[in-house]
Design a protein around this ligand. Sequence first.
Ligand code: SAH
Length: 340
Amino acid sequence: MLLTADLTGVPVLVLGAPDDTRRARRRYEAAGAAVRSVTGPDLLGPADLTGVALAVLVGPAAPRWREALDAAGARVPVVQEPAARAGGRVTLVGGGPGADDLLTVRAVEALQDADVVFVDRLAPAGAVAAAAPGAEIVPVGKTPGHHPVPQAKIQELMVEHALAGRSVVRLKGGDPYVFGRGAEELAACAAHGIPVDVVPGITSAVSVPGAAGIPVTFREVSRMFTVASGHVPFSEAELAHFAGLGAGGGTLVVLMGVATLPHLVAGLVRAGADPATPLAVVERGFTDRQRSTITTLATAVEDTAAAGCGSPAVVVVGPVVRLATAERDAFLAEVTAHGC
Ligand code: SAH
């Protein structure tokens, strides 16, 4: 049960084995309750119930607990909830592109079960607080060029907490396996024999262009899309490859690509891409400050500098960008006339 009520100072009695009740105790404590616990039915006495407003029975509805509550003269409402899952596990969770309601149901369930959550900067912070009240929240966010907690340290912390028997969630922006270092974290856990589950997330590579009205594929226009990291400048071979894809109408999506944009556009044109190819920079997708800057390879450097484009942003190159411009309807008519 997710509790949003303010229980400040309210005595709540939590019943069950310490490991089973750890999640419930933390949640009621986070709601301000004065939590007491009794770990077994044989240990329950009338004094435990003095002033108690609510009893929380954790785990299967064992008749012995009911008998013990009756014997102790309990006159309080009793709510039942499942035991926390055994700890010693890590769940890599994709948090989606930033909006709290773009987390999957499975991601929310993983958060509800967490003892500790290591959170990235682009993960949906509001959703964490709502889904995991009482869990220890550790921000380990990185901004371009600034990594307050280095990756090796993050992995060390995840392993340390899991080995201590805790249920660890690593919440990332987008999908954990799209430039999320999910595979490295999986390997670090595997090296210590720690079981890992992976919950996929909605990647910004597809959803942020979509939020700006740009479908990454469009029959007859683009039947492929390539997602690349612009974290470091592309090699000449990569640029030639991208320019070749564009010739076939493909879509190029670049994450972490704002700083290296001048290098990308110059390289694509040098490798033979048409300078008139449309390019979009979509910043801060799914926030109220989402903004699209639509330009072309020829004018991208000037236009994005004038607009002051910054990270986080997704860069999209290819004819599908025309769907986010004023010529959208004409373009759609032109494309559909070809018999899609
Ligand atoms: N695993 C993530 C990507 C991590 S790399 C995913 O699947 O989405 C971080 C980059 O993702 C940012 O630099 C930016 O390019 C992009 N990004 C993530 N969220 C974004 C958002 N809400 N708006 C724009 N770009 C975003």
